[in-house]
Design a protein around this ligand. Sequence first.
Ligand code: NAI
Length: 328
Amino acid sequence: MRIAVFSTCKYDQEFLERYNTGHELVFFEQALSLKTIALTETFDALCLFVNDKTDSNMLTALKENGIKLILLRCAGFNNIDVAAAEELGIKILRVPAYSPEAVAEHALSMILTLNRKTHKAYNRIREGNFSLEGLMGFNLHNCKVALIGTGNIGKAFYRILKGLGCRVVAFDPYPDKALIADGLTYASLEEAVCDAEIVSLHCPLSDQSFHMINEQTLRFFKKGAMLINTSRGALVNTEEVITALKSGQLGYLGLDVYEQESALFFHDLSGEVIQDDLIARLISFPNVLITSHQGFFTREAMQQIAEITFSNADAFASGEPLVNEIKP
Ligand code: NAI
């Protein structure tokens, strides 16, 4: 198949070329948008990433351009109007799970950095400052962690937290029996976050979960708690989280995702003036750590993303069952 691959960086091209099973790939650095949709003419399929947005108007235009298949090289699919795609007969295939440990380990690294302030210690020592003032953390052993979402990544994170000796309480509309048998306690969102030192989000973005962390739910948090979001930016109401950071209701914030990330993340903007005032405010806090959607970014995950993307493309091309199809 002839596949247009959008939002590509050098590392995407390297892994997709290495594991290509014989498709014709054309790489575009740009994201798919109304401005770049004309590039999709003459292709059979598109390969998209987290910030390539396709609403129903764009899908109609893609259909007219002859696109039959969208291969998502990610797990989340909140950027696609799945119902409109189904109506138009465009198949959407995704990579449902690729090294969930990669994201879970990144969540852990954010917790450890925020808690033990190793980033500050690194800079201090390089300047000859061996003082410990301001670097005090807390033990993770025995601390309560609220796990919001216990799918692939939540499960991997639960195993890590258990190993650290944390007390984990989860919220998920579909509790996992195997995890309950393994000692995990489920509760309502309010009960899970109340008294937790750390709240970590591992659920998808949907109409139900949009801005689930907001002024109202933040009131249930223990004062000074840590919030970690490695799932999707719009799970969190950024303005209301900033208010909670200013009042001290929230003590630490770790974000690997951000609601307006598409204009910022994955790009080198170091020579430009950042126009987004919310992220500029977030960056100014000493107790906020932001990474640029890098939770997935390990060698193992990149290999699995490429391999599953091509097995999805091969299944479509040969009329085999589409095991990774997204249905409305
Ligand atoms: P999954 O589909 O295996 O699990 C999601 C879990 O969330 C399910 O158990 C589901 O019942 C639960 N859930 C659904 N709605 C919920 C709600 N309102 N509140 C609490 N739980 C809810 O998904 P997986 O693989 O664990 O990924 C989770 C999310 O992580 C993805 O949707 C994606 O947004 C994000 N992600 C981020 C990456 C990164 O690089 N930072 C990489 C991969 C995924």
